[in-house]
Design a protein around this ligand. Structure first.
Ligand code: NI
Length: 248
């Protein structure tokens, strides 16, 4: 159930029985030699939409650009400043709160967003606390990285072990190959990745450490079949969590 596909009257009807929204959030950033720049936004959106169908929950429009300053030395990457992103998340939440939504389940496709999303939640909570609305229950937000469910994580490890890596992972490239088979890229000369040695700071530092964009991953091993298995399990696992969250 996508908000963008409803009429206002349908949303009004939904709000009489439910006040939860799924919020897909991703990033628009390089994903190594064969990964799509939209990987994190496209996968978060597709998983969120499928979860919304399975759990009968409204899915808000995707926040498709995230915190990706460290990828800016690669063409096509886009980023929000953390302060901007906190405001964007706050305005998405406030818009829907205005209509009566009060539970927000964020399906995130980019680990680099996590700290900023959590900071945005604190801004939302602080605004409600400082407004002094007594002890009424107000807005609740939850962050869920799509690949981190117990079962999904176990499946990824079974399929790829440590070769999955940390960025431009085999698993996320596989998921986009399953979703968009017409956009599968070949990168035959990829070879083994730079090993993960240390964290990075700015974009120049990241590019110096990881020249082709990957972090410790072997995404030439990606397949649409593996992507389908991972996608289906992530949807099942997250749909159960969303249903529990809606009741709780
Ligand atoms: Ni990614």
């Amino acid at each position: 159930m996508q908000l963008q596909m409803q009429t206002w009257a349908e949303v009004e009807r939904y709000l009489k029985s439910s006040t939860i929204a799924i919020m897909p959030i991703g990033s628009t950033e390089q994903h190594g030699p064969n990964g799509l720049i939209g990987t994190d936004a496209l996968s978060a959106e597709a998983i969120a939409v499928a979860v919304g169908e399975a759990a009968n929950v409204m899915v808000a429009p995707t926040i498709a650009v995230g915190m990706a300053q460290h990828h800016m030395a690669f063409k096509g990457s886009m980023t929000l400043r953390p302060a901007t992103m906190i405001q964007v998340i706050g305005d998405y939440v406030d818009s829907l709160t205005h209509h009566g939504f009060d539970k927000f389940f964020f399906v995130n496709g980019h680990g680099g967003n996590s700290a900023t999303i959590e900071a945005a939640f604190q801004e939302v909570y602080t605004a409600h606390t400082m407004r002094g609305s007594g002890n009424e229950a107000s807005v609740r937000c939850r962050l869920r990285n799509w690949w981190q469910g117990d079962k999904t994580y176990k499946l990824i490890k079974e399929l790829f072990g440590d070769k999955d890596g940390m960025h431009a992972t085999i698993s996320e490239v596989s998921v986009t190959q399953h979703l968009f088979p017409e956009h599968i890229k070949s990168a035959p000369d990829m070879g083994p990745p730079e090993p993960f040695r240390s964290r990075w700071s700015d974009a120049a530092d990241y590019r110096a450490k990881f020249p082709d964009g990957r972090i410790a991953s072997h995404p030439y091993l990606a397949t649409p079949d593996a992507g389908k298995k991972i996608f289906d399990l992530a949807v099942t696992e997250i749909a159960e969590e969303v249903s529990a969250y809606a009741k709780g």
